[in-house]
Design a protein around this ligand. Structure first.
Ligand code: NAD
Ligand code: UDX
Length: 463
């Protein structure tokens, strides 16, 4: 079966970039991305392509090339479903905040709504592709909803998890390490798998397209994120030991990473990992293990999260201790709020938790992030529920210029590794700060020798 029309439900960090790249690489396929969020779709359609709602290096160029040619963004979900032969579900699957599995399980209500809508609207056979990260065996639930419509329409369900990382989404989509497609192990399943293989084969070498059964594919996504996050928590655990012993975590990471069995990637000690995926997916893995009664397995993986929470908290505590045990009414300037560089995404960013800790200590926080708005920062903090929005507003402000942000600060906390922070005039920043002028580098980004020479009291992670 040759696919000519694709619909993607969900125009977020995954749906948007993934479909833009499919459309750019497959001019013969019409790709329509739909979302209930009218504002988001409006921005995807903004005549000025720089206003698209997601900041990713290289994304606006891809959108500019394909949009209006074979890439469309719309709120008409029914029409796009009706027309498509293949439907990607790329809606959010956050951690449940209510009911059974609260705080651990993935909330599948958005997925179920999609499945019901597809079941209601479809008049012709469809291939439904799970692009969202889903707990093992979700395809079974989707199948059950779709197959009970009674109108004779046939559905094939594939799992095709996305491995892109934010900040490098376009590059990751252009040159994926692998594309994973899980499907049913029968003739119809095989046909559906092949239809999706053919889409990717337009730009991905066939030997990088891996096909498995549905459950292996769903589980592999959770496991990949758990392994990656585990490396970060492992090196962060060692960072604390380094601080106590005089070893340097950068040196340790380099030394172990040169062992080809370990490898050099994902060994950067930091203030803690953030992002919408790592915590959510590990919690989900923990929940699945628990639900099978595998308590040791659950505890093993939960430790990755416990270590990460510890790393964020101890970073904040160290600021308070170093500033003579009080930050009340002192100005702490945050450089960076996003959970990593080159993205405007702030979900689960370490900065949120560090700020929350410091606000409990009555600090005044000024934030500068090149891509994150004040409204987003406030909403991230208010979402935690530690205090009202009005109280947050009183103690947290933003500056549109980094030098303004640092003026009058008692300390700078660097939370995101934006490249531009390295290029600042640190002499100028020093001159305008309260003395002693502290810098807490949560990303080991800045030049310690330079900052110390200028006069800063500089502290990094793990040394
Ligand atoms: P997101 O919140 O940015 O986007 C999801 C979009 O789906 C939202 O715009 C929302 O309005 C829309 N939506 C929800 N229900 C809908 C419905 N019934 N009909 C139409 N639109 C609907 O989320 P995201 O970051 O793109 O993540 C989507 C999925 O991809 C998640 O399962 C996530 O775990 C997975 N994932 C994310 C990343 C990442 O880096 N962000 C990477 C790999 C996988
Ligand atoms: C992750 C996975 O990498 C990706 O494959 C999956 O599809 C989605 O989840 P993402 O969350 O976008 O991607 O970013 P990632 O680069 O993995 O970083 C996650 C967090 O870990 C960030 O806060 C980052 O700063 C932190 N990190 C990463 C470290 O602290 N040290 C490292 O060495 C690597």
């Amino acid at each position: 079966m040759k696919i000519t029309k694709i619909c993607c439900i969900g125009a977020g960090y995954v749906g948007g970039p993934t479909m833009a790249v499919i459309a750019q690489k497959c001019p013969h396929i019409q790709v329509t991305v739909v979302d209930l969020n009218e504002q988001r779709i409006k921005l995807w359609n903004d005549p000025d392509v720089n206003n698209i709602p997601i900041y990713e290096p290289g994304l606006s160029e891809v959108v500019a090339e394909a949009r209006g040619r074979n890439l469309f963004f719309s709120t008409d979900v029914d029409k796009a479903i009706d027309e498509a032969e293949m439907i990607f579900i790329s809606v959010n699957t956050p951690t449940k905040t209510y009911g059974s599995g609260k705080g651990l399980a993935a909330d599948l209500k958005y997925i179920e709504l999609c499945a019901r809508q597809i079941a209601r609207v479809s008049k012709t056979n469809k291939i439904v592709v799970e692009k969202s990260t889903l707990p093992v065996r979700t395809a079974e639930a989707i199948k059950s909803i779709l197959h009970n419509t009674g109108n004779g329409v046939k559905f094939q369900i594939l799992s095709n998890p996305e491995f892109l990382a934010e900040g490098t989404a376009v590059e990751d989509l252009f040159h994926p390490d692998r594309v994973l497609i899980g499907g049913e192990t029968n003739a119809e399943g095989e046909q559906a798998i092949q239809a999706l293989v053919e889409v990717y084969a337009n730009w991905v070498p066939k030997d990088k397209i891996l096909t498995t059964n549905v459950w292996s594919s769903e589980l592999s996504k959770l496991v990949a994120n758990a392994f990656l996050a585990q490396r970060v928590s492992s090196i962060n655990a060692i960072s604390e030991l380094c601080e106590k012993t005089g070893a340097n975590v950068n040196e340790v990471a380099k030394a172990i990473g040169m062992d080809s069995r370990i490898g050099p990637k994902f060994l950067k000690a930091s203030v803690g990992f953030g992002g919408s995926c790592f915590q959510k997916d590990i919690l989900n893995l923990v929940y699945i293990a628990k639900s099978y009664g595998l308590h040791e397995v659950a505890d093993y993986w939960e430790q990755v999260i416990i270590m990460n929470d510890h790393q964020k908290n101890r970073f904040a505590k160290n600021i308070v201790t170093t500033l003579y045990n009080t930050v009340a009414d002192k100005q702490i300037t945050f450089l960076g709020w996003a959970f990593k560089k080159d993205t405007n995404d702030t979900r689960e960013s370490a900065a949120i938790y560090v700020a929350d800790n410091l606000l409990f200590e009555q600090a005044n926080i000024v934030v500068f992030d090149p891509k994150v708005s004040y409204a987003q920062i406030l909403s991230d903090l208010t979402y935690l529920g530690s205090r009202t929005e009005a109280e947050n507003k009183e103690h947290i402000t933003v500056a549109s210029d980094p030098y303004e942000a640092c003026k009058g600060a008692h300390a700078i906390a660097l939370l995101t590794e934006w490249d531009e922070f390295k290029t600042y005039d640190w002499e100028r920043i020093y001159a305008q700060m309260n003395k002693p002028a502290f810098v807490f580098d949560g990303r080991n980004l800045l030049d310690k020798a330079l900052l110390t020479r200028i006069g800063f009291k500089y502290q990094a992670i793990g040394s």
